[in-house]
Design a protein around this ligand. Sequence first.
Ligand SMILES: Nc1nc2c(ncn2[C@@H]2O[C@H](COP(=O)(O)OP(=O)(O)O)[C@@H](O)[C@H]2O)c(=O)[nH]1
Ligand SMILES: [Mg+2]
Length: 181
Amino acid sequence: MAIKVIFVGPMGAGKTTAIRTISDFDPISTEAKNSDRASVDKAFTTVAMDYGELTLDSDRKLTLYGVPGQKHFDFIWPIVANGALGGALLLDCSRDDWQESLLYYVDSFRDLADTGSLVLALNRAADEDGVADSVIQLCEKIDLALPFFFTDPRNKDDVYLLLEALAINAELDSELYGDMH
Ligand SMILES: Nc1nc2c(ncn2[C@@H]2O[C@H](COP(=O)(O)OP(=O)(O)O)[C@@H](O)[C@H]2O)c(=O)[nH]1
Ligand SMILES: [Mg+2]
């Protein structure tokens, strides 16, 4: 069985790095060459996506998708999110606009966020307490309780932690709500 997990967030947040850190093979990346959006299929093969896999056991593997972060690719986001167990939203907290990005991407992936299968991966946070306070405030504002972790996408244990959090949330969600979503 293949279980799909997506990595989202702005450019430079660490999506490709996170997939590379845990994938069984060097992630396959497509190049952005084509801005023709007339055909989604065509666009899908030509936007900058990463793909990797993490084998769990003999009959389960995670398929890992890095979603192109640029806003002009946002038409592809719901397609990539379709059927995903969950997603990690990666943010580079050393950037001045990380809070804005958080709100923007959570809104874009609200369906995942509402089912509890979106976790925040906070990278490059110099002041973790300050960032944590800001995240809690932002989540209150948008009426969501998102799990968040301070991570370095180059660190295997950090990326595994994100996956575990997603798996636990997905399991709880289906136990509590069944197929309601
Ligand atoms: N110091 C540091 N570097 C990071 C971190 N996350 C990513 N990087 C580096 O930032 C660069 C951009 O990351 P990348 O994975 O390409 O970002 P993407 O655009 O989201 O795919 C890479 O050179 C990473 O090694 C982090 O938490 N700390
Ligand atoms: Mg990338």
